[in-house]
Design a protein around this ligand. Structure first.
Ligand code: PEP
Ligand code: MG
Length: 908
């Protein structure tokens, strides 16, 4: 039979060097090449150069993966020869030959993207075994049982990963697992380890027979044929559904590709002087210094992951509960060598490492090192400790923070080790973790919560009417709406977990259930079923995933202090209540950048007065209703200004279209009719009259004030009276009155005159000295283009990038969820522009606005208060274009402080 080749080679040529060798204290690659060699390949190369004992190997570059896909799943020219030369290099170091019947070299074939994607791609171990080489392995290891156990594992893994023989449905058993279990049952043994060599040999034969029966092919015995197909399968696993979901959740582009490392096998299952394990150079949960990890005696790596046996701790100090010895006690010399390797690696990389190792007959082999994944608290503690140890400086410590992960410090998080069953993914709209029973209406949410149930509110979308239920729920899941949808904005403001725009959900309110197609599984979740939401990744999971409440590490204050020293951008909060303002201040907010006054209108006690105002027939009627609203608003403003004493507070006058405040459900309409002594028909008529085709572009913002001047007049009166009361008490206040949705300079000119008249009258009446400023939101393209004229009437600009994105793209904020996911999947847009500010378009308009605004008023104060004010990449942009501050929800203040510091540092 002719030697199988690597399949036809294409003429797509990435670069002439397709593989990189490592081993025996040398390497062609290094740590800086992780984009080309993947994290694993780069780490192995670096370790080899550092003299850490790694089994020799070769890494096929990510460029080959990209070329493989580009050329329709063909390898580039020269590939086969380079791999063959690489295998010869491994043979030379190990002293064994690939496919040799006497002394066979076995290899592992592993995936490795530039970032770790744990468990998302495939691996094949023990490759090179066949009926002849297995006998050679039995002889060279002196352990026939081990040889056949390795062979049976190989056939099962290869059969699954490369040949694709998997269980047919979730309810079936894995076909290879079934053969193993049958054999154990037939022999009356409980553990795999009790199976003798002869039984394992039968399992191999039965597994091959199963492959023949189910797939109609023979298991390949030629090691080279095995190798080429395994490499292909690993490349294919880059496009597997689970890898794609993981990439989508993490925002990794598909064109990164994966590298493939082919490496000599070492065995941790050759007897009791062998072991395999995982070591972290520090505790990845708490960040506490000292080796942390586990190992299993006489096992292969997959046994640790599979969790069949309970691993033992590495350190004696962390004695296992079942009394089994630690590695430190059972193999002190190996432990010493491992501790030394850990120290070398941590010092070399200047960061906590996550190391996989195998001990083969008392000889330590390190298989992998990478920067250890860690919890938010550990991220903070490790960085500060490394600064104290002199391994990194403060700027580096700040650079190492993932600002998003900081939010883990403020929310409960899922237990990392907990198993999950992800059934759908939506937008990671508001971080945190939530577990609860599914309910489908705000009323249900409130009622169930009242009787002590944790609930998840599942809606097509939310509206202001759902507020009480949203508040009562642990988490919110919507099928529609983007990152600036009502659900997303409100949940973020509260620091409540929210997954929005999960288009895969088919919600049936009438049936009280939703359906979802989870990669071929039809799942129906009914009212009362428990689900878990991960607002940090967007994952929706079946059942209750266990939660942990992280403690705030004491190092956080020091780290944030360094961030504050480094940053130039101010950080303010979007807050609408005294409670939120107080919380924001605790998190380090330097004022309020956006107080949305309409959010105050929804409380039980006030919505009626607001509705009365809207339903009024004439100005007199409106004024009568506004007279009821005035004292309520004044109290709110007093509370907020007091909470922010000494700091600026930007209060925006009413923005949304009036119909948003009106009742829509029949029951609600009747309740309001009764309270206002009007007929339900009259209310319905008014609701219909206020209905707009496109409310986002309709009668809202400053346009309301042009039609109904009294609304803003009363709001201004409330603000200024509250401020005067506080001034009279000696409290320092800095109110900034903001007009929304200005598109024409004339609008602001008119409003400035009116606002000033009311404010100055109140100040004169109260007889106190009060400074206030008047500014505008810049959230329409026309406002950017005419910013020079608008600035004539403004003391400050605050970019409302939610509306600016909506109007610049012409994409409705509320409807984006229907089609933006397709844009992202098809790479038409790299990022959701409602999440990360679009630098070219929306950012271009902002640049024009800033240039023109400052041309008129060089000291014009500039901020951003759209949701982008809490997004790290957008904050970097805000720094670059010279904003004075960003404003975001209280729970994103820490993120913003860090991101602002990172922006300043990266500029130096
Ligand atoms: C904006 O448009 O960016 C903004 C902050 O206002 P809102 O989201 O309330 O429209
Ligand atoms: Mg707006």
């Amino acid at each position: 039979m002719a030697t199988p080749t690597a399949s036809p080679e294409s003429d797509v040529e990435p670069s002439s060097k397709l593989i990189y060798l490592f081993g025996d204290g040398r390497a062609e690659g290094g740590a800086e090449m992780r984009n080309l060699l993947g994290g694993k390949g780069a780490g192995l190369s670096e370790m080899s150069s550092l003299g850490i004992p790694v089994p020799p190997g070769l890494t096929i570059t990510t460029e080959v993966c990209s070329a493989f896909y580009e050329a329709g799943r063909q390898y580039p020219a020269g590939f086969e020869q380079q791999v063959r030369d690489g295998v010869a290099h491994i043979e030379g170091i190990v002293g064994a030959r690939f496919g040799d019947a006497e002394n066979p070299l076995l290899v592992s074939v592993r995936s490795g993207a530039r970032v770790s994607m744990p468990g998302m791609m495939d691996t094949v171990l023990n490759l090179g075994l066949n009926d002849e080489t297995v006998a050679g392995l039995a002889r060279s290891s002196g352990d026939e049982r081990f040889a056949y156990d390795s062979y049976r594992r190989f056939v099962a893994m290869y059969g699954d990963v490369v040949l694709g023989l998997k269980r047919e449905s979730d309810l079936d058993e894995d076909p290879f697992e079934a053969i193993l279990e049958n054999k154990k049952r037939a022999l009356g043994v409980a553990e795999d380890t009790e199976l003798p060599a002869a039984a394992l040999r039968e399992i191999v034969a039965e597994s091959k027979a199963e492959i023949r029966a189910k797939l109609g092919i023979d298991f390949p015995s030629d090691p080279w044929e095995q190798l080429w197909a395994a490499i292909g399968a690993v490349f294919e696993s880059w496009e597997s559904p689970r890898a794609i979901i993981y990439r989508d959740l993490n925002g990794y582009p598909s064109d990164w590709g994966t590298a493939v490392t082919v490496q000599a096998m070492v065995f941790g299952n050759l007897g009791d002087d062998c072991a395999t394990g995982v070591a972290f150079t520090r505790n990845p949960k708490s960040g506490a210094p000292g080796l942390f990890g586990e190992y299993l005696v006489n096992a292969q790596g997959e046994d640790v992951v599979a969790g069949v046996r309970t691993p033992q701790p590495l350190r004696a100090a962390e004695q296992a509960s079942d009394g089994l010895p630690s590695l430190e006690e059972s193999q002190p010399a190996v432990y010493g060598e491992l501790a030394g390797a850990c120290e070398t690696l941590e010092n070399h990389f200047g960061d906590m490492q996550d190391i996989e190792f195998t001990v083969q007959r008392n000889k330590l082999w390190v298989l992998q090192t990478r920067n250890g994944k860690r919890t938010g608290p550990a991220m903070v503690k490790v960085a500060v400790d490394l600064v104290d140890q002199g391994l990194i400086d403060r700027d580096e410590a700040l650079r190492r923070q993932d600002p998003e992960q900081i939010s883990e410090l403020l929310h409960s998080v899922f237990d990392e080790d907990a198993p999950t069953d992800v059934i759908a993914a939506g937008l990671a709209a508001s971080p945190g973790a939530a577990v609860g029973r599914v309910v489908f209406s705000a009323q249900e949410a409130a009622e169930w919560a009242e009787r002590g149930e944790d609930v998840i509110l599942v809606r097509l979308e939310t509206s202001p009417e759902d507020i009480q239920g949203m508040l009562a729920a642990q988490g919110i899941l919507t099928a529609r709406g983007g990152m600036t949808s009502h659900a997303a904005v409100v949940a973020r403001g509260w620091g409540k977990c929210c997954v929005a725009g999960c288009g895969a959900l088919e919600i049936d309110y009438a049936a009280g259930s939703f359906r979802v197609d989870a990669g071929g599984r039809e799942i129906t979740v009914s009212r009362g079923d428990v689900i878990s939401l991960n607002g940090t990744t967007g994952a929706v999971m079946l059942g209750a995933v266990s939660l942990t409440d992280p403690e705030l590490p004491e190092e956080l204050d020091r780290l944030m202090g360094w961030a504050d020293d480094a940053r130039r951008l101010g950080v303010r909060a979007n807050a609408d209540t005294p409670e939120d303002a107080t919380k924001a201040r605790e998190f380090g907010a330097e004022g309020i950048g956006l107080c949305r006054t309409e959010h105050m209108f929804f409380g039980e006690d006030r919505i009626l007065a607001v509705r009365q105002m809207i339903l009024a027939e004439d100005e007199a009627g409106r004024r009568a209703a506004l007279a009821k609203i005035l004292p309520i608003q004044r109290d709110d403003f007093e509370g907020i200004l007091r909470a922010m004493a000494g700091l600026p507070v930007t209060i925006r006058l009413l923005d949304p279209p009036l119909h948003e405040f009106l009742p829509h459900a029949q029951e609600e309409i009747e309740r309001v009719a009764e309270a206002l002594d009007l007929s339900p028909q009259r209310i319905l008529q008014r609701v219909q009259a206020l209905q707009e085709f496109n409310p986002m572009l309709g009668h809202r913002g400053v346009r309301l004030a042009i039609t109904y001047p009294e609304i803003y007049e009363v709001q201004v009166q409330a603000i200024v009276e509250a401020a005067c009361t506080l001034r009279a008490e000696g409290v320092e206040v800095q109110p900034e009155i903001m007009i929304p949705l200005v598109g024409a300079p004339e609008e602001l000119a008119k409003l400035r005159t009116r606002v000033t008249a009311v404010a100055d009258r109140v100040i004169a009446d109260r007889g106190v000295a009060l400074d206030y400023t008047i500014g505008t939101m810049i959230e329409l393209p026309r406002a950017c283009i005419t910013a020079d004229a608008i600035a004539e009437h403004a003391d400050f600009f605050s970019f409302g990038t939610n509306d600016l994105t909506q109007t610049a793209f012409g994409i409705s904020r509320d409807d984006a969820g229907h089609f933006l996911p397709d844009y992202l999947r098809e790479n038409v847009l790299a990022k959701d522009p409602f999440v990360e500010l679009d630098r070219e378009g929306v950012g271009g308009l902002m640049r024009i606005g800033i240039e023109k605004g400052r041309a008129t008023k060089p000291d014009l104060k500039l901020g951003i208060c759209g949701e982008h004010g809490g997004d790290p990449a957008s904050i970097t942009f805000g720094h670059e274009i010279g904003l004075d501050y960003v404003s975001c929800s209280p729970y994103r203040i820490l993120i913003a402080r860090l991101a602002a510091a990172q922006a300043a540092i990266s500029e130096d």
